[in-house]
Design a protein around this ligand. Structure first.
Ligand SMILES: *Cc1c(COP(=O)(O)O)cnc(C)c1O
Length: 235
């Protein structure tokens, strides 16, 4: 049996090695523990082990955990919404999740902006890009990114913070490199063209199978489920 602390230590070692290979500092790379495959108990254990950034991809599945975690002692976790977001779930997600990683269409942007205005908050959002072009993946086609980003200037309660992508699963993780590199280049191009008033910093990329490549290509947020907190049949 692998304990959670062993998983954390092993992930930490692999991140440090990837940072060393690519001349990055460890502090530039932050971790989101994706808890969608595990129970509330395991999620609480993750927080007790110091994993204070949590990610979930469906409100329906996350809500019991989200509520349970409000009442625990000790440092409170911060939630990231990482899955495809239905417009009718925006009212549940805005205000509960500190950052939305899956902004990918104008109707969703308008709804997030509307709800955030009601609450009097600005919501950090990442623009999800379908770099690989697989039809099973959500996200904007790269060629639509710039036009979409420009429309966000009219939605003051959205704070565009960066880009997000999911690479296809590859038996050989090295093959994901072009996807991650493209996301970084897209971010840098948007910043050079000053499409948004504030430059975008974040790159949310890298999952259990490919996170070391993502680190080497500039990831600032890794979204790690299986490799970090495990996967439970009954969760
Ligand atoms: C499930 C999920 C992850 C984590 O997946 P693992 O392969 O278990 O690390 C990361 N990002 C998104 C968007 C997910 O849905």
């Amino acid at each position: 049996m692998t304990t959670m602390q062993q998983r954390i230590d092993e992930v930490e070692r692999r991140i440090r090695d990837a940072c060393a290979r690519s001349g990055r500092s460890r502090e530039e790379v932050r971790l989101i523990a994706v808890t969608k495959y595990v129970s509330t108990e395991t999620t609480i254990a993750a927080v007790r082990h110091g994993l204070l950034q949590l990610g979930e991809n469906r409100w329906q599945d996350a809500q019991a955990k989200w509520h349970a975690l409000q009442d625990i002692d000790g440092p409170a976790p911060t939630w990231h919404f990482i899955g495809s977001l239905q417009t009718n779930k925006v009212k549940e997600v805005v205000g509960r999740f500190a950052c939305i990683h899956s902004l990918d269409r104008p109707s969703l942007a308008k709804e997030i902006n509307r709800k955030a205005e009601q609450l009097g908050i600005r919501v950090p959002c990442l623009l999800q890009v379908n770099v690989s072009g697989e039809d099973t993946k959500h996200g904007l086609p790269p060629e639509e990114l710039r036009g979409f980003a420009a429309t966000l200037a009219d939605l003051p309660f959205i704070q565009p913070a960066g880009l997000m992508t999911m690479a296809p699963y590859e038996a050989e993780p090295e093959e994901t490199r072009p996807v991650f590199r493209s996301l970084r280049e897209l971010r840098d191009e948007l910043n050079r063209a000053a499409v948004l008033p504030e430059p975008l910093h974040e790159l949310s990329m890298g999952m259990s199978n490919d996170f070391e490549i993502a680190v080497e290509e500039g990831a600032t947020w890794l979204r790690l489920g299986t490799v970090l907190v495990g996967k439970e049949e009954e969760a």
